[in-house]
Design a protein around this ligand. Structure first.
Ligand SMILES: C[S@@+](CC[C@H](N)C(=O)[O-])C[C@H]1O[C@@H](n2cnc3c(N)ncnc32)[C@H](O)[C@@H]1O
Length: 256
């Protein structure tokens, strides 16, 4: 193994760096995704917000291993999953094949989507880089009246802070909510290999305004809570997520 390969640092906002990082993280990410507490908490809330998807054209931007995309397709949507990482798209292809679900998958950069204006009924951004360019691109490819769903880590959890102790019941101390600057996510994706991913976080005010300024009306905000399935599979996160918001979902509609 190349000694430089042990500790790699990438910037998620730079498409070439995101591609290199997520190609390396694809095995790790797709293996942990489906059974994860985050998936169990988000999926029901997301499906509930989106309502009837039958016959809708849906673009899942930064679809990763396609965990959510297959559920949108199961609900009758015609799903196009796009991602900058070929390895992630391979995972999504395998996932769809195993479940016998039709998905169209394409490699594309969320900052400049190769699709015409007004093409889709629904656009999805789940745990994707959020900046004005990615939201504006989602707005451009959506039809007027189309729905945008953004689901991300909750800004209070991203805020500068720490857990008071290792205990499951420990309070979360927020030191500075407003300093949502560049974060470093250290990911031990395989033994001895660590990737550091740098990414920007935003306050709720910033997210709300970014979505609104791109031409949307925000219809709903949801802060999902864990259900019994999480209590069983991941009691630590069940306890913490029952007290502290881990995720936030915005449902918005492009102006008519
Ligand atoms: C944290 S993963 C989320 C995957 C999926 N949405 C999920 O929640 O399971 C972020 C995904 O965004 C993709 N990505 C990062 N930058 C991108 C860009 N500029 N354009 C398209 N996809 C990008 C990555 O390759 C990765 O698959």
């Amino acid at each position: 193994m190349n000694s430089n390969e042990k500790f790699l640092v990438y910037d998620d906002d730079v498409p070439e760096q995101a591609e290199a990082a997520w190609d390396k993280l694809a095995d790790w990410y797709s293996a942990r995704k489906r059974g994860s507490y985050e998936f169990k908490m988000q999926l029901p809330a997301i499906l509930n917000l989106l309502g009837n998807l039958r016959g809708k054209s849906l673009i899942d931007i930064g679809c990763g291993p396609g965990a959510y995309s297959v559920d949108f397709a199961k609900r009758g949507a015609n799903v196009l999953g796009v991602d900058i990482s070929r390895k992630m798209l391979d995972k999504a292809r395998n996932n769809a094949k195993m479940k016998n679900i039709p998905l169209t998958l394409q490699k594309a950069d969320a900052h400049s989507l190769p699709y015409k204006d007004d093409s889709f009924d629904v656009a999805i951004l789940i745990f994707m880089i959020l900046n004005s360019k990615t939201i504006e691109e989602a707005a451009r490819v959506l039809k007027h009246g189309g729905l945008l769903l953004v689901s991300d880590t909750h800004p209070t959890l991203e805020a500068k802070g720490h857990w008071e102790s290792e205990k499951t019941s420990a309070p979360r101390i927020i030191e500075d909510y407003f300093s949502q600057t560049k974060r470093k996510w250290q990911i031990r994706h395989s033994p001895g290999r660590i990737i550091t991913l740098k990414y920007y976080t935003h306050t709720i005010e910033q997210c709300f305004n970014m979505i609104s300024e791109a031409g949307f009306e925000i219809l709903r905000i949801v802060e999902p809570k864990p259900g019994r399935d999480v209590k069983k599979s991941d009691p630590v996160h069940y306890d913490r997520c029952s007290r502290i918001p881990y995720f936030i979902i915005y449902l918005a509609q492009k102006h008519m």
